[in-house]
Design a protein around this ligand. Structure first.
Ligand code: NDP
Length: 317
């Protein structure tokens, strides 16, 4: 039997409509949550991400400002802009699109964001609070995965959750969130021995690796919940034929012919779909949730800063 789909588009739409509703309510009191998105350099993928974040703000009624700075921008210049945004009352969330150019001191820049406006959850204070299990702004992608599991009433407490990937922005916060939900968590990475043996024991498997279709069917327990965070470009017919289910292949090849690439995750859908109990598609899984959670975090930052959170508990908890 094929895995049930964990539909990120559906859950993202639900979150966004809740955010839009609350933004309308706040508007009646003259409050409009605002997000500043800062892009340095001309990475085309980053430009697309920032564009869609700003567009989503507009669609949900949030105020947004986009700052596009040249690749030659210095750390000091960026710090000055962030100081200005920290002091700007119209801005509740500050997003620094990563990666930053190599000459910029990324950690120093991220630490300069007011933790109250840290809608990406990358500030050391946000991470520290997350480790302690305190209420805080949490990195959007792993927070979105939790929303997805909740939406489908997946039982996390007591489950063995295996997170493949230990990055600061996905793997580590993901593991902590699952731990706080009382999963028994194993974190795997490039030096892990016997990876397949560990992943096969996972009730919940989260792949955040950045390697196309690395998790294959034989690495997955029958009936497991599999969440594919990876976003990789597939450009050849041979690779597409190897990783996508037969039913999808023609449409995937059409995308490659039209755009030069189609998006694939870290999970080999073709072999995993008949093993897993639940599976996220790529695209349409975790990706849309990341943007939805950024909107939710911006609303939340606005409410926390203005001490309004008690009035919208149902969507911030
Ligand atoms: P990073 O490159 O920062 O981290 C990748 C992790 O995977 C590292 O911890 C690395 O281990 C581990 N890894 C690499 N190769 C192997 C291997 N052979 N076996 C086991 N572990 C391995 O990536 P990110 O965490 O930033 O992103 C991961 C993926 O998720 C990417 O495809 C990215 O595009 C995608 N992504 C998707 C988002 C979305 O919205 N859907 C948002 C953010 C990311 P080590 O630490 O030892 O090097």
């Amino acid at each position: 039997m094929s895995a049930h789909k964990l539909d990120g588009v559906l859950v993202a739409e639900t979150i966004k409509s809740q955010v839009a509703g609350r933004v309308r309510e706040l508007g009646d009191s003259g409050i409009r949550p605002g997000l500043a998105a800062v892009l340095v350099g001309d990475n085309p993928a980053s430009r697309v991400y920032v564009g869609s974040k700003v567009k989503t703000c507009e669609a949900l009624g949030l105020h947004s400002e986009k700052y596009e700075l040249p690749a030659s921008t210095t750390t000091e210049e960026l710090l000055l802009l962030i100081a200005r945004l920290n002091a700007d009352d119209a801005i509740d969330g500050i997003l620094i699109q990563l990666p930053l150019p190599a000459h910029i001191e990324a950690r120093r820049v991220l630490e300069s964001v007011d933790p109250g406006k840290d809608v990406d959850g990358f500030h050391a204070q946000s991470i520290g609070r997350l480790v302690q299990g305190e209420d805080t702004l949490v990195a959007c992608t792993p927070a979105g995965v939790i929303e997805l599991l909740d939406h489908y009433s997946i039982t996390v407490a007591g489950a063995h959750a295996v997170v493949v990937g230990r990055s600061d922005i996905v793997g580590k916060p993901m593991a902590l969130l699952l731990l706080h939900r009382h999963a028994t968590v194993t974190i795997c990475h490039s030096r892990t021995q016997n990876l397949a043996e560990i992943t096969r024991s996972a009730d919940i498997l989260v792949a955040a690796i950045g390697r196309t279709a690395m998790i294959t069917g034989d690495m997955v327990k029958h009936g497991a919940v599999v969440v594919d965070v990876g976003m990789n470009n597939v450009t050849t017919t041979e690779e597409a034929a190897r990783i996508f289910p037969a039913a999808e292949l023609q449409s995937r090849l059409a995308v490659i012919a039209r755009r030069g690439a189609t998006l694939a995750g870290d999970v080999e859908q073709r072999s995993v779909i008949d093993r897993a109990g639940w599976l996220t598609p790529v695209p349409g899984g975790v990706g849309p949730l990341t943007i939805a959670m950024l909107m939710k975090n911006t609303l939340r930052a606005c409410e926390m800063r203005r001490d309004l959170s008690g009035r919208s508990r149902e969507i911030t908890e």
